[in-house]
Design a protein around this ligand. Structure first.
Ligand code: BEZ
Length: 211
């Protein structure tokens, strides 16, 4: 069964470059990003992991714990980490899981047999503090993901969780947002005493809430 947005992220226990990870305990009320990369010592993966390491402060600011996963062995992760630091200018600063039996890859549908029967595709899950899947994306091995976009989506998800607003097309941090349809005008008045721009009854625009 595929894992869908809104499902509880399956739990697992795996070895990583930073020790044993019990996933649900590891989340521990934080947000989490779990992403797979097809194979160690490959070019696109090397750039993705280096860039993710550079985003450490951005993830930390948002209370997000990051976990990488491949079906390679732990010993290989250590050797590859040196290459990542050398070529990308940033050392790995988050755990890389060694899913050598493919147990987690299968649980999370990260292996797409018609693409490759043994390696994972580039799957990425954003998981909320409630352990529910909030976002999933899947890219082919040959296309590196846009981790700035992942940060943007996390900002949107966190605004929704905290302020019951949605974000419009191509929204960027600081731009106007939309009051979600589930919020009645009465409730919106209490939250936004200065009002909102109503383009349609279902399209109510407010400045991005702060805090
Ligand atoms: C890469 O990371 O560069 C890669 C991995 C597997 C297949 C193709 C590219």
């Amino acid at each position: 069964m595929a894992i869908l947005i809104g499902d509880t992220a399956p739990d697992f226990t795996l070895e990583s470059t930073e020790g044993t990870i019990h996933f649900h305990d590891y989340i521990d009320g934080s947000w989490a990003v779990l992403f797979s990369h097809p194979k160690n010592f490959t070019p696109v993966c090397t750039t993705e992991l280096g860039y993710t390491a550079k985003l450490k402060d951005e993830f930390a600011k948002r209370g997000v714990k990051v976990l990488g996963l491949s079906v390679d062995k732990l010993e290989d992760h250590a050797g590859w980490a040196r290459d990542i630091e050398e070529t990308q200018g940033s050392a790995l600063n988050f755990p890389l899981l060694a899913d050598t039996q493919g147990e987690v890859a299968r649980k999370y549908d990260m292996i797409h047999p018609n693409a490759d029967n043994t390696l994972t595709v580039r799957s990425l899950f954003v998981i909320g503090p409630d352990k529910k899947v909030k976002l999933k994306i899947e890219y082919p091995a040959s296309t590196g993901r846009n981790f700035d976009e992942i940060i943007r989506v996390i900002d949107s998800l966190q605004l929704t969780a905290k302020h019951q607003v949605a974000t419009p097309v191509n929204w960027k941090q600081g731009e106007d947002v939309i009051i979600v349809p589930a919020v009645t005008n009465e409730a919106a008045k209490a939250k936004y005493p200065e009002g909102w721009k109503e383009l349609k009854p279902y399209l109510r625009i407010v400045p991005q809430p702060r805090g």
